[in-house]
Each structure stands twice: as structure tokens, then as C-alpha cells.
Unconditional design. Sequence first.
Length: 259
Amino acid sequence: MNPRLARIALFPVKSLDAYEPELARVTAAGPLEGDRRYAIVDGEGEYVNGKRTAAVHRLLANYDDPDRLGLSEHDGDRIREFSLEDDREELAGRLSEHFGYPVEVVRDEAGMPDDTDFSGPTVISTATIEAVASWFDLAPENVRRRFRANLEIEDVPAFWEDRLFSDHGRVVDFEVGSVRLSGVNPCQRCVVPSRDPDTGEELADFRERFVEKREETLPEWTHSDRFDHPFRLMVNTRVSEAGEIEVGDPVEILDERAE
């Protein structure tokens, strides 16, 4: 077994598709630099995301670089390309049409992670994605887009990332290249992974099937008081030592310690 970084995914606009660079910087504050730097919010300042509306899934985003967004609707033509720095007002207008109510696109240079307590990059293994895909007869890329992890580790068994957390009050230190992270928590899932990432259509009995198969395949190393129910997948982290990471970097588990 030779764990290494297989994929980096950052999400320039929270809830939209990923940008996948070969090289990224992990910031001292936690997120990958540029990850969830922008977000769509309503008039009350609340996020417009996949938890709230399946209409998010009907948008297709692609990027030449993380500050230039190409936007399409999955069932229609390409809308246009936007500079996230300069064209946010125009982008907000087009998104308001899509959602059917006024929205804004806001920016936070530090990023707007889903979990502010565990703000480091989320981690999953390629083998885990392939295993979950087999449970639902889905393509691995479809599952990858449902779960939206930042870092994907290859040359490890399915659910290897469960080695990166321990009981409450303890963390597991590990390195990706020269960056040191602390694995803290198995990520609790929401409704988003049950939906097709292109259409928003919900897969019937997704949670029930997921829980059944997760329990059947649970490795011995997963047992922890943090893993209090089986609807959890991938690992939340905190950053101990920031720096650059690159696809192909070795990944090494170091020590378990008290927080």
C-alpha cells in the first residue's frame, strides 16, 4: 500500500461544480485556497445550496481557472462565461432567473466551508467512491460529484479514510506531502448525495440502502464514538501546518493524540 493524493477538488462557488487543479495551497485557516470563496445567497443572506433546493443541481459549472465561471443549464444551452471578480452582478441576475427569486453572489477571501468547526479539506479514498458506486450501480464520477470531497486518496482500501479519526477528544495527524492535517470527524451526510448531480432527481431509498451497505462493509478500524450512526462518509479535518499540495504527493498517517 502506497497512499498518495489522486485528486484535488476545490469549489470556487459554494454548491456548484468543482475545479480540479494539479496543485493547490492549503491555508492556515483551513480551506484550500479559493475553495468556496464565493456563495449564492438570498435576500436574507442565507445560502442557496443543494440542501435547500434541487435547482442547484440543474446548473453546470466549469472553469478555465477558479475565477472564471462557465455556466450552463443541464437541460439547455450554455448561459455564458463570467468573471467571478468583475461580473458578479450579472451572474446574480442570471441566477435569480434560474432560481425564481432574487439572489446575490458574495465573496469571502477566507472561504465559506460547510463545517466551520472542522474547516480543513475533506478527505475520501478512490476505493470508497468505487465501493459506494457499486451499491447503487452508478459511475464513480457520479458518486464523486454527489459527495464532493476536496482530497481523494488512491492505492488504499475502501474506507481507509476512516483511519483518520478517533474518539471524541482525540485527533489523528497525517501528512499530504509537506502539509500536516488532523483528521477529526466522520462527515455526517445530508440530502445532497441522494440527488443526481445533473438533474436533482432523488434516488429512491438512497439513505436506507446506504446505511445497510455501510453497516455490512464497516471496517474494524471505523469503530469510534464519533461514528454514532452509519450515514457518515469522508473525513473532516483541521490544518496543523499549511502549504502546497500536488496530485501524486505521498500520504502518511502519523500519530493519534489528544486534541
